[in-house]
Design a protein around this ligand. Structure first.
Ligand code: NAD
Ligand code: ZN
Ligand code: ZN
Length: 345
């Protein structure tokens, strides 16, 4: 079979590789029908995630059809259509028991990281019963691919950890696929105002189409000044960081109101300066974490009920074997006006 393989910093190849086989009774082999590329894959390719070793197949998102199941798998059989979660979980360990699948003792984010991932014709999913979700007949597969990672990330780490409530003023810093997923899922809770902050004018335009009430273009406008002007000096109820650099965390700590929440979603590679000398008196909460995808069943229901349409995040489509071209487009997202790319087998 063919797979997109990490070959060391800056190097990737679409090469022939051995088809995965069942290794444990709880494994499921899935034939990938649709997958995508995540910003995290670009981080890996830069060499920022040293746990990923050369030879690793990348990708942690996708949908497919069950090819074979191990003897202990009860929920799936060959031919079933499935959604692959970016987080693998046994469902039995202490952390899984409290739905903290991100910290499963025999799972977590391992796909396309510690084991071979979904940017391939076939993928082995450990603990298939708990790490796959059945897809109803006739579902929009492109929308479902957004439910592998970015939609649960936006909902869990941005919206739920940020405790978004009806009427709230919410600011989202970063209008990439994750920030956009925060924007879409925040609307479940009817915030009064949602401000999107980014430097990319075309992403901000898209954010307005997706429900942002206001936008601030970093570089042309000062986000802190703008927010303070709009909120009469109070700041926002929820400030959500969806970039992963010190400058954007700093915006969040400057715009959060008394009693508010800072929800950090971005993956940081460097320390940030926490202004505790200004924040201690403001009765705020700061949260952060890795997605657990425990909200996937809820997201599947909102999708089925037409309450959210994540397929609008898809801007480009390719065949699976055009994946190198897709990386080129996704890797130059601003120039290409790309948000999410779909690769179809
Ligand atoms: N916590 C989790 O479980 C989890 C899961 C998935 C992704 N992430 C992280 O979420 C973050 C966002 O992911 P993404 O795929 O949307 O990334 P992305 O790179 O596509 O989007 C980031 C956006 O931030 C904007 N930006 C960059 N610097 C800025 C600045 N100084 N001010 C304002 N905007 C700025 C960019 O223009 C871009 O639109 C990443 O750090 C990613 O690793 C976290
Ligand atoms: Zn991802
Ligand atoms: Zn577990």
């Amino acid at each position: 079979m063919k797979a997109l393989v990490y070959q060391g910093p800056g190097q990737k190849d679409w090469i022939e590789k051995q088809k995965p086989e069942l290794e444990k009774p709880t494994d499921v082999i899935v034939k990938v029908t649709k997958t995508t590329i995540c910003g995290t894959d670009l981080h890996i390719l830069k060499g920022d995630v040293p746990a990923v070793t050369p030879g690793r197949t990348l990708g942690h998102e996708g949908v497919g059809v069950v090819e074979s199941v191990g003897s202990a798998v009860q929920n799936f059989k060959p031919g079933d259509a499935v959604l692959i979660s970016c987080v693998t979980s046994c469902g039995k360990c202490a952390n899984c028991k409290r739905q903290l699948y991100a910290h499963c003792s025999d799972g977590g984010w391992i796909l396309g990281h510690l084991i071979d991932g979904t940017q391939a014709e076939y993928v082995r999913i450990p603990h298939g019963d708990n790490s796959l979700y059945p897809i109803p007949q006739g579902s929009d597969e492109e929308a479902l691919v957004m439910l592998s990672d970015i939609m649960p990330t936006g909902l869990e780490i941005g919206v739920q950890y940020g405790r978004v409530k009806p009427g709230d003023t919410v600011a989202i810093v970063g209008a990439g696929p994750v920030g956009m997923s925060v924007l879409l899922t925040a609307q479940f809770y009817s915030p009064g105002r949602i401000v999107m902050i980014d430097m990319d004018a075309s992403r901000l335009e898209l954010a307005r189409q997706f429900g942002a009430t206001d936008t601030v273009q970093v570089g042309a406008e000062d986000p802190v000044e703008k927010i303070m002007e709009w909120t009469e000096g109070l700041g926002v109820d929820v400030a959500i960081e969806a970039v992963g650099v010190p400058a954007t965390f700093d915006i969040c700590q400057k715009i959060v109101s008394a009693g508010g929440n800072i929800a950090n979603v971005g993956v940081h590679g460097k320390p940030v300066e926490l202004h505790i000398e200004e924040l201690w008196i403001k009765n705020i909460n700061i949260s952060m974490g890795l997605v657990s995808t425990n909200t996937t069943p809820m997201l599947l229901k909102t999708l089925r009920g037409g309450k959210v349409d994540p397929s609008k995040l898809v801007t480009h489509r390719f065949k699976l074997d055009e994946i190198l071209e897709a990386y080129e487009v996704f890797g130059n997202a601003a120039r290409e006006k790309a948000m999410k790319v779909i690769l179809a087998a």
